[in-house]
Design a protein around this ligand. Structure first.
Ligand code: V0V
Ligand code: CO
Length: 149
């Protein structure tokens, strides 16, 4: 059976940075982007800012997408290790899915390594799961099911 289309659009690009406030200011100055959410996620080891692109009226012209700036909460975290190894830069791509559990199961059946056994809590109330970069052409990939409403 062919795989159903699982990804609807790019929800966010995650960028690893050593200093969140400096990065927010740089993106604000460069592009005029504004922070719509600033959150700490201890389970993921990050403090992060979501900067919204696209329509100023959400959903008027399609779904919004975001730049997600990520500062590690410590050296021994995914983003902390990434910064030490590679320096700041593109860390992951988050794709919007309608059903994160269906996407996780569909990938697992193909032997693609889904890093989470259950959906986890993500920014803006989303349910998220990560997929190993080595199984997707070197790109750490996040499945994002947006919060309802
Ligand atoms: C590591 N590698 C990467 C990578 N991080 N490749 C591409 N993109 C990345 N971001 C490569 C690394 O170069 C190594 O390849 C190999 O993977 C193992 O690296 P490692 O140093 O052992 O790294 P670890 O221990 O951090 O493990 C890597 C994984 C880990 C991807 C398994 O970072 C992870 O579980 N990440 C998922 C959670 C996460 O990233 N959370 C932060 C974002 P070579 O050199 O051996 O070839 S939180 C978020 O986005 C939220 C909350 C949200 O959107 O709502
Ligand atoms: Co993310």
């Amino acid at each position: 059976m062919p795989t159903p289309v699982l990804l609807s659009h790019i929800d966010h690009v995650g960028i690893a940075v050593p200093n969140l406030e400096e990065a927010v200011e740089r993106y604000r100055a460069a592009f005029g982007l504004e922070v719509v959410a600033l959150e700490s996620n201890p389970a993921q080891g990050v403090r992060e800012a979501m900067l919204r692109l696209g329509p100023s009226i959400p959903d008027a012209d399609g779904p919004a997408s975001y730049v997600q700036l990520l500062e590690p909460l410590g050296a021994d975290t995914p983003v902390g290790r990434f910064l030490a190894r590679r320096g700041e830069g593109l860390h992951h791509i988050g794709y919007a899915v309608d059903d994160v559990r269906l996407a996780m199961e569909t990938l697992a059946l193909q032997g693609v390594r889904v890093l989470d056994s259950q959906p986890r809590h993500g920014s803006l109330g989303a349910s998220i799961a990560f997929v190993h970069p080595k199984d997707l052409s070197g790109v750490l990939t996040e499945l994002v099911q947006a919060a309802l409403g």
